[in-house]
Write a protein that binds this ligand. Structure first.
Ligand code: GLC
Length: 574
């Protein structure tokens, strides 16, 4: 049996009637109100589900009263309680056990995936510490023989959901040790908190000794900065704590310090006029030049998620408290900024289309002086009547209207998106299925950039040609994010459809890294086979769909104190 509870209060419904566990319908459950909360040193409350202390609670120390859950809610809660049995996680894998938890026969792809995932394990001095990026021996390795922090996330979730937390703990502790290395690129010393992009285990046959070798961007193609690594690390620490109920890892002084170092980097004061985090190109999953510099949604959503996770994990001691206050302020500003300026739907698009420019002073409507002529042609057809999403980037006179899958899914999971916005994002995915899912889930970015724009934006990158790789390619790893977002918004049937598409091909194609083409029909030009996060992403998606209570490991409930004060989108009210 698996981890904690399901976070379902967000959009008011989690429709699970058609899931395997047939959890009936669960509505309006605020799990934070279901458990009593004993005082404890960490902010993460084991007794609460995947919720969090609200910002106002942090400042007042008092929980906010909430209405008593309905009897239906209580019934459902009992069911979840029965399913969940905190804190002992379940052990069931397609590898060890061909039957699923509910006695339904496991899909053959699941058994194959577990086998492949276990083959990808990397050991350090006898202990599993991560998974290799790809086990494809037929291709030139480049750095695919390393354990990437971001790639390990779905592997970690798969192991956690399968009741095997040790490897996750080992990974968290090993990467923490790497963080404390002195990091230099040429003569430039990197920030203390920087987490590596990847590491590998070196074996010395003479001394028979193993050492770790980390890459903080100094060997990476293009010398890109792994801004997302630290955020994923905090996310994983919370996922581990949530899933196992073991708070001792997060409470370790070295983990607390590691978190504070990451936070120091991203909360430091600078010249910025926005609460978003300024980044160089290639700083996240899209780790090549793709015009993702400035304030990309991928990083802002992860930043928001990491801040909220840190708030749960930081000890309220002298050092921790200082950060709690800074995080709280930043979260307020960040959520307002993102929800107001990154959000687009038909109404907002029409407003931008009619924007006046050169507005001065506080009364300006077009705050960033976006020139309507810069609106790309494709967006007028792409924007459905119903639905919306967070655009890729906002900065002076620049809006990147491209769709980024990871950022939008993380926005749903972290509750950066309001419940209405989350619903609108799912509506968009449904109405633009062909474009965003096609024949293989899911497009990392939509649409592709071509011709002159491709030359300028990518620097003529032959790997990122149109509808390939990061430039409109389809990445199976994104399945777990979509599935989690579907469960959170009460639309598991969308995930089921996407999983079926993937299932029809992944084994046959040997688990490629990505697919190419407008519909994702072709195995990617340079895609690695046996790409671990394609394998793990599929497993996590399957496990979540089978047992939605896993959602609590990866999602956070909405913080009522960050409810938006403005409502300007027609699609929100549908
Ligand atoms: C590619 C991906 C990156 C991933 C790496 C290893 O560079 O863009 O996100 O971490 O491969 O799989």
């Amino acid at each position: 049996m698996s981890s904690i509870n399901v976070d379902v209060s967000l959009n008011g419904s989690l429709r699970n009637a058609d899931t395997l566990c047939d959890m009936a319908e669960i509505e309006e459950i605020d799990f934070s109100r279901i458990f009593d909360r004993p005082p404890r040193p960490l902010n993460m409350d084991r007794q609460r589900s995947c919720d969090e202390r609200s910002l106002s609670e942090l400042s007042t120390g008092l929980p906010i009263p909430s209405p008593r859950p309905s009897s239906r809610v209580e019934n459902n809660f009992r069911l979840i309680d029965h399913l969940n049995c905190f804190p002992s996680p379940g052990r069931r894998s397609g590898f060890n056990t061909p039957l699923s938890q509910f006695g339904v026969e496991t899909h053959p792809t699941v058994a194959d995936a577990w086998e492949a995932l276990r083959r990808s394990l990397v050991y350090f001095r006898g202990e599993p510490v991560g998974t290799i990026a790809a086990l494809d021996n037929s291709e030139e390795q480049v750095n695919y023989d390393q354990v990437f922090v971001r790639d390990f996330v779905p592997s970690a979730l798969a192991f956690l959901m399968n009741g095997e937390p040790e490897i996750v703990k080992n990974f968290i502790l090993k990467t923490l040790r790497l963080q404390s290395w002195e990091k230099k690129i040429d003569r430039f010393q990197l920030g203390e908190g920087v987490m590596p992009a990847s590491f590998k285990v070196l074996h010395d046959p003479v001394t028979n000794n193993e050492t770790l070798m980390a890459d903080f961007g100094e060997s990476a193609i293009g010398r890109v900065a792994p801004v997302d690594s630290g955020f994923w690390w905090i996310f994983l620490l919370r996922a581990y704590t949530k899933s196992t109920g073991d708070i001792s890892l997060a409470e370790k002084p070295e983990c607390q310090k590691g978190m504070r170092l990451i936070l120091s980097l991203c909360l430091s004061e600078g010249f910025d006029t926005f609460p978003t985090l300024l980044c160089a190109d290639g700083c996240c999953m899209v780790d090549r030049r793709m015009g993702v510099y400035g304030y990309p949604i991928e990083i802002q959503a992860l930043f928001f998620m990491a801040l909220r996770c840190a708030l749960l994990l930081l000890k309220q001691d002298e050092e921790g408290n200082e950060f709690v206050e800074r995080i709280t302020k930043r979260l307020h500003a960040l959520s307002f900024h993102m929800r107001s300026y990154y959000w687009i739907d038909l109404k907002q698009l029409n407003d931008i289309y009619r924007y006046k420019t050169e507005e001065y002073s506080h009364t300006a409507v077009n705050k960033f002086n976006v020139i309507p002529d810069s609106l790309p042609e494709w967006i007028f057809d792409f924007m459905p009547v119903r639905g919306g999403y967070f655009i890729g980037n906002v900065s002076p006179a620049r809006m990147d209207f491209r769709w980024f899958c990871l950022g939008n899914c993380i926005a749903i999971l972290s509750s950066l998106a309001t419940p209405e916005q989350s619903t609108a994002i799912m509506d968009l995915i449904e109405s633009r299925w062909e474009e965003l899912v096609g024949e293989m889930p899911l497009k990392v970015i939509y649409p592709a950039i071509e011709s002159h724009e491709w030359r300028i934006v990518t620097g003529c990158d032959p790997k990122n040609t149109r509808w390939s790789y990061h430039n409109g390619g389809s990445w199976p790893v994104l399945l777990w994010l979509l599935t989690a977002a579907c469960i959170k918004t009460g639309r598991p049937q969308i995930a089921r459809r996407a999983i079926e598409l993937a299932e029809a091909r992944l084994i046959k194609d040997n688990w490629p890294e990505y697919y190419d083409g407008k519909l994702g029909r072709f195995i990617g030009k340079q895609a690695r086979k046996f790409q671990t996060w394609s394998i793990a992403g599929y497993l996590v998606a399957k496990m979540m769909l089978e047992d939605p209570s896993h959602l609590g490991t990866v999602a956070l409930e909405e913080d009522k104190q960050m409810k938006p004060t403005i409502r300007r989108s027609s699609s929100w009210t549908f």
